[in-house]
Write a protein that binds this ligand. Structure first.
Ligand SMILES: Cc1cc2nc3c(=O)[nH]c(=O)nc-3n(C[C@H](O)[C@H](O)[C@H](O)COP(=O)(O)OP(=O)(O)OC[C@H]3O[C@@H](n4cnc5c(N)ncnc54)[C@H](O)[C@@H]3O)c2cc1C
Length: 474
């Protein structure tokens, strides 16, 4: 049954909720000003990246190589090579720092230490820990703030079967440790229960490309066979431990294969009853509305809901460049407003079908979140069937405001070593420093009304900010 509610009713409510959220924080000041102030002194690197596009490209390329560099001299040499290019206009502080004669000199060593410390600090902001112990500490801190979590083990697109096996084993280990720790956690009603039902306290997020080194749509049968066998092992163990599993979505080329594998597997008798499993839809994809409709139809046939996490999508630069290089049609929208409009459309679709699927709305954009809340309230969506999600380190203030308003918020917590985590870190940096990003526009003192106004398409769908980067994960 699809409910029809006037769009205007949602819009008025969206504005009201967005303003309400912006005026709420636990810190005795508005979320609006708290968000602007969250740029801390150690955000120098981000400020530099935002100061000019040429520097942004070179800085992120340098950061991407950093974990592979073995000494301060190597770091200093690469710093000069990447950032010393005449075409890059440097802020005076950075120019002064790079003004050393050779990488082994004292000023070279100082520059290397300063910059690598800065990147480390930045990485720790977005990564919940380098090992399980640190990740557990972060998770327990979140639970104290009444926030649920999903843990992601950093690493993707493995290139050998040894790595794929190790990824599975590390997830098995991670689930056991989290489930053991969860035994001593006190129940937090807001996140551990909904409508009288107990929810899993532990959730992990996984990527299919990490389960098979040759995961490739050109060999759909072979990929399915290998990946399915690993997922069965994972799902069986998760069931024994009471752990929920969420499947992330990666690059466009893997999308159909990922949906096909999961839809087929979750129809198997052994897994058909499970409601503690989720899949992800990326609203920047032109196919995504059709995919959402097809998933809803599938869920109706299955008879037991799964969660659908709706995000805008993390690979925009990469998808745009890959398609351009290969003369393919762009799979993603080229206008940010088109993605935002589609996100709102799919949000509505998911919430209107809440009896068949659980909706998880993943965004750091107050307008997008307020819209979801407005629809959920208008349709009286039960608490169990709707939650908000944010990334660790990206949406802390927004998450607190949502918790204060009584919503279940889940924080996506990646953990692991920096080298396999580099692709993840670069995606977050690209996201935070893009001209079109909500977080950046918020920091640039745009008026509240502008930030929360309905997205409007440009006359002609154009690329609003040029893609700059091919991510190192493929
Ligand atoms: C809990 C959680 C889980 C996540 N899991 C996944 C996942 O499995 N797979 C995945 O891909 N991402 C995932 N993400 C990342 C997510 O895609 C980004 O964080 C999100 O796109 C940022 O959008 P926003 O609404 O927060 O910010 P906004 O600033 O409102 O939107 C930024 C987004 O708009 C889109 N965009 C930017 N420029 C353009 C343009 N010119 N044209 C069209 N669209 C544009 C991009 O998707 C960009 O990320 C997850 C995020 C969360 C919170």
């Amino acid at each position: 049954m699809v409910l029809q509610v006037e769009k205007d009713i949602y819009e008025a409510k969206t504005q009201e909720i967005a303003k309400q959220l912006l005026s709420t924080t636990g810190e005795n000041r508005s979320l609006f000003s708290a968000l602007r102030d969250q740029m801390r002194p150690d955000d120098k690197l981000l400020a530099w990246a935002m100061s000019n596009p040429g520097l942004r490209v070179q800085l992120f390329r340098f950061i991407d190589t950093l974990p592979a560099l073995r000494s301060n001299s190597e770091i200093a040499a690469h710093l000069q090579e990447y950032l010393g290019d005449d075409s890059v206009e440097l802020p005076s502080a950075l120019k002064g720092m790079l003004n050393f004669a050779n990488p082994d000199s004292m000023p070279g060593q100082v520059a290397a230490t300063t910059v690598s410390k800065g990147v480390e600090t930045l990485a720790h902001r977005y990564i919940a820990g380098e090992n399980i112990k640190q990740a557990l500490k972060s998770i327990e801190r979140l639970r104290k703030e009444k926030m649920a979590f999903t843990v992601d083990l950093l690493g993707e697109a493995v290139i050998t079967e040894v790595e794929a096996e190790s990824y599975l084993q590390r997830y098995m280990e991670l689930m056991s440790q989290l489930a053991a720790a969860a035994k001593s956690w006190k129940t937090v009603t807001l996140i551990d229960e909904a409508d009288g039902e107990a929810l899993p306290k532990v959730q992990v997020s996984v990527k299919l490309t990490a389960f098979y080194s040759q995961f490739d749509p050109l060999d759909d049968k072979g990929s399915e066979e290998k990946v399915t066998s690993h997922i069965r092992t994972l799902l069986r163990r998760a069931y024994e431990l009471g752990v929920a599993i969420h499947f992330d979505m990666e690059q466009y080329i893997y999308k159909d294969l990922t949906f096909n594998i999961l839809k087929k597997l979750l129809m198997e008798e052994e897994f058909k009853q499970r409601t503690d499993i989720g899949m992800t839809i990326q609203a920047y994809l032109r196919d995504s509305e059709a995919d959402a409709k097809s998933l809803i139809e599938w869920a109706k046939q299955r008879g037991n809901p799964i969660t659908i996490r709706l995000v805008k999508g993390a690979y925009w630069d990469q998808e745009t460049i890959t398609a351009e290089q290969k003369h393919w049609q762009q799979p993603v929208y080229n206008d940010k407003a088109a993605t935002d409009i589609n996100f709102e459309k799919i949000t509505q679709l998911l919430l209107e079908n809440h009896q068949y699927i659980y909706a998880a709305i993943g965004s750091h954009n107050i307008r997008s979140q307020a819209r979801a809340i407005a629809i959920a309230q208008s349709l009286n969506v039960p608490q169990r069937n709707f939650e908000m999600q944010v990334l660790y380190g990206m949406g802390d203030k927004i998450a607190r405001a949502l918790v204060e308003q009584g919503y279940r918020v889940r924080v996506y917590c990646p953990y692991g070593e920096l080298l396999p985590g580099m692709a993840y870190l670069i995606r977050r940096l690209l996201e935070n420093t893009a001209n079109s990003s909500f977080i950046r526009q918020n920091m640039e003192n745009r008026p509240v009304e502008e930030l929360i106004s309905p997205p409007v398409l440009a006359d002609k769908e154009e690329i609003s900010s040029p893609p700059i980067f091919l991510l190192p994960c493929c």
